[in-house]
Design a protein around this ligand. Sequence first.
Ligand SMILES: Cc1ncc(COP(=O)(O)O)c(C=O)c1O
Length: 420
Amino acid sequence: MEDSKQKDFIEQFYLDSGFATRALHAGEHVGQPETRSHTNAIFQTSTFYFHDAQEGADIFAGAKSGYVYTRLGNPTVKVLEAKINALEGAAFKLAHPDRTVSSLVFSSGMAAVSAVFLSAASNGDTVLVSDMGYGATEHFCRNVLARMGVKTVEVDMSDLKKVEAALEANPKAKLVYLETPVNPTLKLADIAEISKRARAVNPSMHIVVDNTFATPYLQRPFELGADVILHSTTKYICGHGVVVGGVVTTIDDGMKDSLYQVIKDVGASPSPFDAWLVNLGIKTLPLRMEKHCGNAMAVARHLEQHPKVSRVYYPGLESFPQHALAKKQMSGFGGIVSFELKAGFEAGRKLMDSIKMWTLAVSLGCVDSLIQHPASMTHACMPKEKREKAGLTDGLVRLSVGVEDLDDLIRTLDQGLAQT
Ligand SMILES: Cc1ncc(COP(=O)(O)O)c(C=O)c1O
């Protein structure tokens, strides 16, 4: 099959297939019909040869398609881009056949986060950002954006009245940046309502969603009104804790062109081998997410009735203040559970030092379970007053619930809690 025919076949195929089918098949075999390899190859090369000088000039000029240099594009990375397009954008593409869904793969989640801001905002511009989010995102806004002369307005995105007031006060803001569920308090932002209200104020404002915690399996922001979605693929998308990576998917062609320019100029492109590993991980995303969600729900319910625990944060619990919103915009509640111990941070430290099987490590979304302390680890770079104002107390412990047998997760958690 010719390459172009193969590409059409794949695009047709993914649009009307189910999520698990797309996770397995979309993007596979792109650009490698000659070999007929069942799994896609790893093109671990920095550069690509030309047949002659004219061909090199034509490819550089865009008159002929072809790869030139891996920072600018690579066939292994392209497979991953096609697969993420299919997962985040199939419903949008079916509804808008004339529009384009584009994904760009980055060397880390933070490369993806920073590229979005660098693409959308310049000196003198304003961006609206959630008052709680991944620590390095907050740090990037407070330091790099501030030095560039971009004003960051922090908003409690869980409160629509506050969002409305911020939009009215900043109608020229370039983007609204939502992380939902947010790391690590799991607060939610209503993507559909915020998109609607932002567009009413300024139709060209970008709505960006960091979809790392939910994954496209549980939440698809394009269907709710967002136009830019990003992930730290380090987490659930890869799923096995073997890669640091990121991706941005957009339905805005101008944003796509700017992001590509950032990859080219800043050099935030991924290694082909990492892209291959992420693509491999995605094939089991639906299976893993089902198990993560089931285990996390059971762990959250168990902790909620544990005598040593004062508070549990999990969007699937009826006691979670935004449970109704979680049911509205997500098809499952994810694998992250945060909680506080009645005896405070010292008890949390004893738990982390004594617990067996749960690995004391940052990151999340691995197949195996992790435990960590956000205030001294992932969010230590955020000022303490700011953390506390947004609900991240020093006593909060974050669990990334893995896909182990549930009985073992509960037993080891109880054994650890008994030591506190
Ligand atoms: C929600 C969220 N976004 C972005 C990032 C940054 O991703 P990376 O560590 O891959 O650079 C993280 C990392 O933990 C995260 O949790």
